[in-house]
Design a protein around this ligand. Structure first.
Ligand SMILES: Cc1cc2nc3c(=O)[nH]c(=O)nc-3n(C[C@H](O)[C@H](O)[C@H](O)COP(=O)(O)OP(=O)(O)OC[C@H]3O[C@@H](n4cnc5c(N)ncnc54)[C@H](O)[C@@H]3O)c2cc1C
Length: 390
């Protein structure tokens, strides 16, 4: 079998790339190791940047989002028992963030690709890449019990952090940069209406807490915890009590509670590989970089990468020119590092590091006071949060 672009992974990166290429008349085949049902129900990200939403709308996959998503024009930073609103919209010329689950984006993209005759193969296994430095790289895989080979002009590695594409690049080519934080997040999804219309980021002596949401009926709540925290030591009531303590305000904030339907402990980690390409293999999304969930950027970065990649491929297939493709990694990495910095900055400002480091705690409070009182500082937060232009 032959196609122009072989895409490994049907997450937001792979599906969006396939969709953008289709709109430009470029063929692709998407290979995914999980089932359709699994990827459509994998709950992960939920906060979309302004530019991500615009791209979904402009490319015809924003109808359901326009009907069902929740649009936020601000967020709250809470410390010393008081909330301070950051007016994201007012500080960025009207830009907003949108709450719409990653699984819904994935459903919409799969529906659009299948409606347009797209080729997505679910439940493939043994994906192996070959001939990456030739003009005809190949992907071998097993599907429905048969070994198959897909010959391509270009391969897009959109298979996430644990995928196989990054590892197909010979040792010594890539440089990895990483940062592991000395804490993790204990997260719950609860059947409780959000306690606030906007997200609340709380700095507290006992550690960070985040009140987020997935819908008008579902709250997503997080607590800073040890990276190796044993979830069994956290019965629901202990979680609620800790959340109540950390989010309490002098004016009597009430945390809405309800049945916990999901519980997880996640490490907070950043990782970037450079370059994001090797021969005819281009990495996009989590396959090339991850960020801690603090500022909800992973999905948005994945979409930004494939937008750059689609433009480069349009040039390549249209005129044979390769300059955009050659600069793909360089172009993406500029945004990737900006997001890495923003995510590190917010994570560092809001989390408790060494409980005995009173110097750092004073710095954090000073920074929080500055961000919530200076328009210049708040604007820096706001424009990075809603997302810099694509
Ligand atoms: C709990 C959690 C909460 C998060 N919250 C947020 C948030 O609020 N905002 C945000 O922006 N980001 C968030 N993220 C990050 C975000 O979900 C990711 O950045 C995003 O999924 C990246 O998309 P992707 O397409 O690059 O990778 P993925 O979504 O990981 O997709 C990769 C796909 O490749 C498939 N695959 C893997 N290996 C193979 C293989 N060998 N062969 C074929 N297919 C393969 C996988 O099954 C998957 O479908 C969160 C992540 C987690 C885990």
């Amino acid at each position: 079998m032959r196609t122009q672009v072989g895409i490994v992974g049907a997450g937001p990166a792979g599906l969006m790339l396939s969709h953008l290429l289709h709109l430009e008349g470029i063929e692709s085949v998407v290979l995914e190791d999980r089932s359709r049902e699994y990827v459509e129900n994998r709950v992960r990200a939920g906060v979309l940047e302004h530019g991500t939403v615009k791209l979904l709308e402009e490319t015809g996959v924003g109808d359901r989002l326009a009907r069902e998503a929740l649009v936020h024009s601000g967020l709250e930073l809470r410390f010393d028992g008081e909330g301070h609103r950051i007016d994201l919209s007012g500080l960025t010329g009207g830009k907003t963030i949108t709450i719409y689950g990653q699984q819904e984006v994935v459903k919409d993209l799969i529906a659009a690709r299948l409606r347009d005759g797209g080729d997505i193969r679910f439940e493939v296994s043994d994906v192996r890449l070959d001939g990456l430095t030739t003009d005809a790289p190949r992907i071998a895989y097993t599907h429905e019990g048969r070994t198959q080979e897909l010959e391509c002009d270009v391969i897009a590695g959109c298979d996430g952090y644990h995928g196989v594409c990054r590892d197909a690049i010979p040792a010594g080519v890539l440089t990895g940069f990483d940062r592991t934080y000395p804490f993790g997040w204990l997260g719950i999804l609860a059947e409780a209406p959000p306690s606030s219309e906007e997200l609340i980021y709380t700095y507290h002596d006992r550690g960070f807490a985040l009140c987020s949401l997935r819908s008008p009926r579902l709250s997503r709540l997080y607590l800073q915890c040890r990276p190796d925290e044993d979830i069994d030591e956290w019965p629901d009531e202990r979680i609620w009590e800790e959340l109540r303590t950390r989010t309490a305000t002098h004016d009597g904030f009430v945390l809405n509670e309800g049945p916990v339907i999901e519980k997880l402990v996640a490490a907070l980690r950043s990782y970037v590989v450079e370059p994001m390409q090797y021969g005819r293999l281009l990495l996009a999304g989590d396959a090339a970089h991850i960020v801690p969930a603090t500022v909800a950027k992973g999905l948005n970065l994945a979409v930004a990468d494939v937008r750059v990649l689609a433009a480069a491929l349009v040039q390549f297939f249209g005129s044979g020119k390769t300059d955009l493709l050659e600069r793909y990694s360089e172009t993406c990495l500029e945004r990737v590092w900006r997001v890495q910095h923003f995510s590190w900055w917010m994570t560092t400002m809001l989390h408790r590091f060494d409980p005995d480091d009173r110097y750092q705690q004073r710095l954090q409070i000073s920074q929080l006071r500055y961000v919530t009182s200076s328009t210049a500082a708040a604007t820096t937060l706001a424009e990075n949060y809603v997302g810099l232009p694509l």
